[in-house]
Design a protein around this ligand. Structure first.
Ligand code: AHR
Length: 652
């Protein structure tokens, strides 16, 4: 997390300095009229009984949720640079994101051939028919990438493709990364001579001293006439922790900065698909890429399935977090469902196989498959979720579907906790997944939602939630809504075992977003966090292990707080939210435990609710860390308008 306190302060000062005297008078008058200069919210008095824990904090309270939406994986976390690598997406006039390239006097055409492909999963391919070409006049195909291809200096990119030539006369394929604006080749490679059987060819492209830029494309060309079929063209940059076929480094680092404890995977709507045969059919997502048929995401684009089940699990391994495995439960988004009973049995069996793939040792069928794919060690799993948002299933079949999955899974894996995605009448699930997408004001009004919920019911997983204000990523107003809601979740973290914001990712390029108000935005080259991203990172970093008894009197109606403590460290964490346009004065009374005179203040503040971070201004609103002074059993503190703060108070 970057701390830019000085930068922000300097920026504000210079903005004021630039004002003319007349503007200054206007600003002062309107500020005085709106009361901004003098007004503050009523004093809030917080009484915290440090040594009287009300309950424990769930250690897994904050986690992650993503799915293939907003180009989260393809064009995002899965750093494949070649877009539509298996040619299944068709746009205006042909294969989307691919074009023919004729250098000089060469002559060639490209078409989609459904009769030739490298595998049963990929039965079609691109056919390049070259009538004329030579060394100096090459013909081939060009890929534009996911809104460009990020190229950095002194970097090696690993590539591969499948090809089959009509005859060996066509020679080899030349590969080049080319600058869009300069037309200059920044790296080149040549494959071995093509054979008349389907074969996989590997290459590396190494850059030298080039300017970092995403304005690049990939060229595959030949220097002889002939016919060649091409498929599964891939180019990968270096990945997080160097994992082969792994994840985009900056996005992994951002997620790590959120201090998550789990990942809910693989969705969301993405788990269900619009139709049953468009579900996340996990068995089609494992093994070599050439065996993955790819499938349509309900967010209206083809998923490469480069992020298959094993990749998801490796992602949790790389971040050292738990997996919350959601299994397809026989209901898809457009309303098709499988009746409980024999028709559902194959889907239940699929879920059992999936759990075995993730958790079984090498003596089990699917555990052995995972080992064969390069990961002998089982992944630890505690929670399995049955479906997604099954309250949409108006047929009423969920009760029976859940019961059938529950019985079969518990019989084989009694230790697993099973999550229901809709309330049940006939049985109590271990955990219930609640979803909330709201405006900030709605979250403020609902912040006590869980205070009075029956503690004898199921535990709660807030598996999707977000304040939906701001686009593509959320603004300061949303961060305040989120932070207020998090105070409520922490206060009720005896009941709420886990919570995950959604959606997390958005590719901010035109056409990249299907769902507004996301947490982390990116293009091919860079990424940034919304103010809400930082609010969440702050809450998760200073989680604490127990909630002491506390009460508040006074305070504005947009003031919210949560207090936790870590007795092992002797630390008290006070999280404060001032969602009003005026300062919030506080008097804090800590009984039953003394704190050191100094502590740490982490502060996230905006000038107004619409203020936000963007891809070109990524650090307008970021947490600023400073020293807290004059702490004691009783002390005063004033929050700036529109702010989220954490006070870390260490024991004496
Ligand atoms: O997070 C976006 C979508 O919202 C999820 O796919 C779905 O579960 C919910 O309706």
């Amino acid at each position: 997390m970057r701390r830019l306190g000085m930068k922000i302060a300097t920026g504000q000062t210079s903005a004021w300095r630039e004002m003319t005297a007349a503007t200054m008078v206007q600003v002062l008058m309107s500020a005085a009229l709106s009361g901004v200069l003098s007004a503050q919210a009523p004093l809030a008095t917080l009484n915290i009984q440090v040594d009287k824990p009300a309950h424990q904090v769930s250690p897994t309270l904050y986690g992650l949720m993503t799915e293939e939406i907003n180009y989260s994986y393809d064009g995002g976390l899965y750093p494949e640079m070649v877009r539509n690598r298996t040619f299944q997406e068709h746009g205006f006039g042909g294969m989307a994101h691919w074009n023919i390239e004729h250098g000089g006097s060469s002559d060639a055409t490209m078409s989609f051939d459904t009769t030739e492909g490298p595998s049963a999963a990929l039965p079609a391919s691109l056919l390049l028919e070259v009538k004329q070409a030579d060394e100096a006049n090459q013909a081939g195909i060009r890929n534009e990438g996911y809104w460009g291809m990020a190229v950095r200096p002194n970097t090696t990119y690993k590539g591969s493709f499948y090809a089959k030539a009509a005859s060996g006369d066509i020679g080899s394929i030349r590969v080049a990364l080319v600058g869009d604006t300069s037309g200059k080749e920044v790296a080149t490679a040549t494959s071995g001579g093509l054979s008349s059987e389907w074969k996989r060819y590997e290459f590396t492209l190494s850059t030298g001293k080039v300017e970092p830029s995403s304005e690049n494309h990939l060229l595959l060309t030949v220097a002889h006439p002939g016919k060649v079929w091409i498929d599964l063209v891939s180019l990968f940059p270096p990945t997080y922790k160097g994992r082969d076929g792994g994840f985009r480094t900056d996005l992994m680092e951002m997620m790590a900065g959120m201090h998550p404890t789990f990942l809910r995977l693989p969705g969301g709507n993405y788990l269900e698909g619009d139709q049953i045969d468009e579900r996340f059919d996990w068995k089609n997502t494992i093994g070599p890429m050439v065996g993955r048929p790819t499938h349509r995401s309900p967010w209206n684009y083809q998923s490469s399935d480069g992020m298959g089940l094993l990749e998801f699990l490796e992602w949790t391994e790389d971040l050292k977090i738990q997996t919350v495995l959601a299994v397809y439960a026989g209901y898809s988004l457009k309303g098709d469902h499988i009746h409980p009973g024999p028709a559902l049995t194959p889907f239940v069996d699929d879920a059992l196989d999936e759990i075995e793939f993730a958790t079984g040792d090498s003596s089990t069928k699917w555990g052995a498959m995972r080992a064969k794919l390069g990961h002998p060690a089982p992944f630890p799993i505690k929670y399995v979720e049955i479906g997604n948002e099954d309250w949409f299933d108006r047929s009423g079949s969920y009760e029976g579907r859940y019961a059938q999955f529950y019985k079969a899974i518990k019989a084989k894996y009694p230790q697993l906790e099973l999550i229901a995605t809709a309330p049940l009448k006939r049985m109590k699930p271990d955990v219930l997944d609640d979803h909330y997408y709201k405006r900030a004001d709605e979250f403020f009004a609902d912040v006590k939602h869980y205070d009075t919920i029956d503690r004898n019911g199921p535990k709660i997983f807030v598996g999707e939630w977000a304040t939906r204000e701001g686009s593509p990523t959320t603004n300061m107003g949303a961060a305040l809504g989120d932070a207020a809601w998090m105070t409520g979740m922490e206060r009720n973290s005896d009941l709420i075992v886990m919570a995950s914001y959604a959606p997390m990712f958005v590719n901010v390029n035109p056409g990249g977003m299907q769902w507004e108000s996301d947490l982390i935005g990116y293009d091919a080259m860079t990424s940034y966090g919304a103010p809400s991203f930082y609010a969440q990172a702050m809450f998760a970093e200073y989680l604490g292990t127990e909630v002491p008894t506390s009460s508040v009197t006074g305070g504005g109606d947009r003031f919210f707080y949560s207090v936790t403590r870590d007795p092992g460290k002797g630390t008290v964490y006070l999280k404060l939210v001032n969602a009003s346009s005026v300062a919030q004065p506080l008097e804090i009374d800590l009984a039953g435990g003394s704190v050191a005179n100094t502590g740490t203040l982490v502060s996230l503040a905006g000038t107004n609710l619409a203020e936000t971070n963007t891809i070109s201004a990524p650090s307008r609103i970021v947490p600023v860390k400073s020293e807290l002074k004059n702490l004691g059993e009783k002390f005063k503190h004033t929050m700036p308008p529109y702010s989220v703060q954490v006070l870390e108070m260490r024991g004496k």
